[in-house]
Design a protein around this ligand. Structure first.
Ligand SMILES: [Zn+2]
Length: 304
């Protein structure tokens, strides 16, 4: 595996501070730089970000971590972290899907329960020619009938698949797609997994459970969000972003598809913390054999 850190940097900043990185992108307004961790460029970007941050600015607009594996590495991995490539810019809560946030954690806001079928605008749903899986920005997942068939053939319970209803007429289902519910929860994320706000800012110590907190709903985002500290003291949400590959505690059994108990992300507006999707090698082989589109894979490591 090799890992690259990608930064999207305003052109004027990149040209002024990283002259050695001049590329064919010099005419673009945002320059993308990919570099290895601990390289000179990486260290310089860290220093510049700290300097800019102290001035109330940010040196880069956005960042991403890219991991590439050999076919051998991926094909020999017993577990894989599956990453859904397509996010559609809508979600159930914006389309009258019912949620009960009563059971949500009053620190991190995780744990709301979807009480109705997922309702979405049909015009936001991708074509099954382009992908077999997508998620909303609230983390609700849609799978094509083709992928649903692959999952159930491997023993995934049909109870974890549900119709998606059309917003314009909730008596009608969106054809060709089903909601994939985040069940079963099987894995505990192990502490070797790195989380944080960005690659330079590892999550601070969890807030104390003794701190007086408002109940969720009295503030715009979760209590964790209001504190800028995304590690729930009760352990439901472990951080804002995943910064490393995932390590999970070993389980004797594996399932074609399952989720981590702990979430990553934030409850803010309609955003919800999300469980991580773990698949086993049987499903990975079936996905490849059936040419299922729309997933990327990282190795997931088991520890005891
Ligand atoms: Zn929590």
């Amino acid at each position: 595996m090799y890992e690259l850190f990608e930064f999207r940097i305003p052109r004027e900043y990149a040209l002024a501070h990283l002259p050695d990185e001049k590329t064919s992108q010099a005419l673009k307004t945002v320059i993308t730089i990919r570099t290895k961790k601990h390289s000179n460029t990486y260290q310089k970007i860290i220093s510049l970000q700290k300097l800019f941050y102290s001035q109330g600015r940010s040196f880069f607009f956005g960042w991403n971590i890219i991991r590439k594996y050999s076919n051998e590495e991926i094909n020999q991995s017993a577990l894989l972290h599956a990453i859904i490539k397509k996010t559609i810019h809508t979600c159930g809560e914006e389309n009258e899907t019912l949620y009960d946030d009563g059971p949500s954690c009053s620190y991190c806001g995780a744990g709301g329960i979807q009480k109705s079928d997922l309702i979405l605008g049909e015009n936001k749903i991708p074509d099954t020619e382009k992908t077999d899986i997508w998620k909303t920005y609230a983390g609700e997942i849609g799978v094509s009938a083709k992928l649903a068939k692959v999952l159930t053939a491997l023993g995934h319970s049909p109870d974890n698949l549900a119709p998606i209803r059309k917003r314009k007429n909730t008596n009608e289902f969106i054809p060709g797609w089903l909601q994939l519910k985040t069940h079963p929860i099987l894995y505990q994320i192990a502490p070797q997994t790195l989380v944080g706000i960005n690659p330079f800012e590892i999550e601070p110590e969890s807030i104390s459970t003794n701190e007086e907190k408002p109940h969720f709903g009295e503030i715009t985002g979760s209590y964790c969000d209001s504190q800028g500290n995304y590690a729930c003291p009760l352990g439901h949400t472990i951080g804002l972003n995943l910064l490393s590959e995932i390590f999970v505690f070993h389980r004797p059994e594996s399932l074609p598809i399952s989720w981590t108990e702990q979430c990553i992300g934030v409850r803010r507006g309609v955003l919800r913390p999300e469980h991580c999707l773990i698949i086993n090698s049987d499903l990975h082989r079936a996905i490849q054999a059936c040419a299922i589109k729309g997933l990327e894979f990282e190795m997931a490591y088991q520890t005891i």
